[in-house]
Design a protein around this ligand. Structure first.
Ligand code: CA2
Length: 139
């Protein structure tokens, strides 16, 4: 199974600031943890740019079987990312490191959630390997 793992804006700062919200693991640590599962063929990407995320989702059509996406703040604003995911035929898991429902009201709604097959929020970075394992077992 081929899984594309996408991270949106500012997630490159994971582990470097705000550890009380996002923990102390870096995105490289997250990638290593997911790869250590040896459960799927993984591609990791992070971008601070909405259009680049849209391009990668489009490129995954006919290539990846599933997308794990933490759209970051674009979760709450981006119809473009939702539209791109709607054009992707595989499974989608939305991951948030923090529990967005326990934070500011503007974080409570995610445009992506209505397209996602599963949504994980508040497990910290442990949400990523959970998503990968779930997708691999689901097949
Ligand atoms: O909880 C999540 O995973 C979020 O997607 C993270 C986004 C936030 O805008 C969403 O509402 C929830 C922000 C990512 C920022 O990451 C940082 C990590 C360390 C230091 C600063 C920012």
């Amino acid at each position: 199974m081929k899984i594309l793992i996408l991270n949106g804006p500012n997630l490159n700062l994971l582990g470097q600031r705000e550890p009380q919200i996002y923990g102390s693991d870096t995105l490289a640590d997250v990638e290593a943890t997911c790869r250590a599962l040896d459960a799927a063929d993984l591609t990791f990407r992070q971008s601070n740019h909405e259009g680049e995320l849209v391009d990668w989702i489009q490129e995954a059509r006919g290539d990846a079987d599933a997308i794990v996406i933490n759209p970051g703040a674009y979760s709450h604003t981006s119809i473009a990312i939702l539209d791109a995911l709607n054009a992707f035929e595989g499974a989608v898991v939305e991951v948030h490191v923090s529990n967005i429902h326990r934070r500011e009201v503007f974080r409570h709604h995610s445009h992506v959630s209505g397209r996602a097959d599963a949504v994980i929020a508040g497990l910290g970075v442990a949400g990523y390997p959970v998503a990968v394992r779930w997708l691999a077992e689901r097949g």
